[in-house]
Design a binder for this molecule. Structure first.
Ligand code: PLP
Length: 453
């Protein structure tokens, strides 16, 4: 029996990424408030937020400084756009700050309101760049199967997951996909991580040669894949990929929407995994999710090309009403200040070994085929048979069932395609809370085992 509020929800809302038909029976989990790494439902039941919302609430749920930064900016200048050369202090200061902490030299910053908008902008900027450089045929962008880059038309096309394409008539032209770097699932029998990386880089090179290097403009990748399964790349992967891109003058775009701002124990995932991006997308933890904000950080060469294009055609015809929203920028400035002042990246590094020990220990559970992560992110895969890696019938929804059992245990985690479960807690999580997270998850897996057998 659904509560009054739940019934009103079912009758009024379209929920993103929800099985709309089943949802009419189950109804929503309605959350009311949060504190630290905990969120509370309308009955007052606490849940440990094992996913930091959607990989984003890095500083947890009750940070007064962030709320005050937003409030003060709202009182001072709640809105000012950046169109036609208008500007404001928070956008300037934030762009300076991002340039300072970026993992590679960044020339300019373009703001959006989300990760999808940032990646959509990346696609347009790559096309604009090659038109400016007099290479109108160099337009194809290669993304990866199971990569996740958002849901707007171009960014959903970059995303390599069937649910984002099926019956949406995507992907659009000029977007290609290459293999997913998931060693557990896709390596050949006996193939080492290094060998697997070498093979994937060779496959990418063959793909570029097949398409014609003069038609391939860019490659986009998350350092650690998020929504595609929380997958850590195999050893040596990015340097090998990067060498191929360099040979054919293909830009590297790092999608740092999840990994940016400390998640892997470095300020950016690119540093942690040896990526040398020409352009970077960021969002989520840039404001600890207290306000919507995305950013595209471009190198000098891309900026110079935009200048050339502007001299030729005039106005740079791209931008959102909320590009550089002052309230979001003020919150981001405060977020970055807190990261620095409280050495959040150092804290992640200090907590990661304990977190990852508990991740690895999950492979002892009868249901878990692989459990692996980096920093404070991890993915685990439920299998029916560990020896053969055989999976359960997807229709059974085993990982989704684990999520439901975890909820009973007072833990929020996320199930992903392929019976995978992701963990990505707020970066402020303590050692005791890490133990609480894994104790609850283990109980949920035990219940799943009883249910499935
Ligand atoms: N890129 C990555 C790596 C993401 O994980 C996401 C969202 O989860 C996006 C892009 C899209 O961001 P948004 O949902 O803010 O549009």
């Amino acid at each position: 029996m659904l509560s009054n509020l739940a019934t009103r929800d079912v009758e009024t809302l379209i929920h993103p990424y929800t099985q709309l038909a089943a949802f009419r029976e189950t109804g929503p989990l309605i959350l009311e408030r949060g504190e630290g790494v905990w969120v509370y439902d309308t009955e007052g039941k606490p849940y440990l937020e094992g996913m930091a919302g959607l990989w984003c609430t890095s500083l947890g749920y009750s940070n007064r400084e962030l709320a005050e930064a937003a409030y003060e900016q709202m009182l001072k200048l709640p809105f000012q756009h950046l169109f036609s050369g208008r500007s404001h202090d928070p956008a300037i200061e934030l762009a300076e700050k991002l340039k300072e902490i970026a993992p590679v030299p960044v020339s300019k910053v373009f703001f959006t309101s989300s990760g999808s908008e940032a990646n959509d902008s990346q696609v347009k900027l790559v096309w604009y760049y090659n038109n400016a450089r007099g290479r109108p045929q160099k337009k194809k962008i290669i993304a990866r199967l199971k990569g996740y880059h958002g849901v707007t038309v171009a960014s959903a096309s970059l995303t390599g997951l069937p649910a984002n394409h099926t019956d949406f008539d995507l992907p659009i032209a000029n977007i290609l996909h290459t293999s997913c770097p998931h060693h557990y699932r896709f390596a050949h029998e006996g193939e080492s991580e290094e060998e697997f990386s070498t093979r994937l880089a060779a496959e990418l090179e063959e793909q570029i040669l097949r398409e014609g290097p003069d038609t391939v403009a860019a490659f986009i990748a998350e350092p650690v894949m998020g929504a595609g399964g929380a997958v850590v790349p195999p050893a040596g992967y990015f340097p090998k990929i990067q060498a191929v891109l360099d040979r054919y003058d293909v830009l590297m775009i790092a999608d740092e929407v999840i990994c940016g701002f400390g998640r892997l124990g470095e300020m950016f995932g690119s540093t942690a995994l040896d990526i040398r991006p020409d352009s970077i997308s960021a969002a989520k933890a840039i404001t600890s999710a207290y306000a919507p904000l995305g950013a595209v950080m471009l190198n000098e060469d891309m900026y110079q090309a935009m200048l050339d294009e502007s001299r030729k055609i005039g106005v740079f015809g791209h931008g959102f009403t909320y590009s550089g929203h002052p309230v979001s920028c003020a919150v981001a400035i405060k977020t970055l200040e807190i990261y620095q002042r409280e050495d959040i990246v150092g804290k992640v590094r200090a907590r990661a070994p304990h977190f990852q020990n508990r991740v690895t220990a999950l492979e002892q559970h009868p249901l878990i085929g692989e459990s692996r992560g980096m920093g404070l992110i991890a993915g685990m895969e439920i299998v029916a048979d560990k020896a053969t890696k055989r999976q359960y019938d997807p229709k059974k929804g085993v990982a989704a069932k684990t999520v439901t059992f975890a909820q009973e245990e007072g833990l929020i985690v996320r199930s992903l395609a392929g019976d995978r479960i992701a963990l990505c807690p707020p970066l402020i999580i303590t050692e005791e809370e890490i133990d609480a997270l894994f104790d609850r998850l283990e109980r949920a897996l035990d219940k799943t085992l009883d249910w499935v057998t």
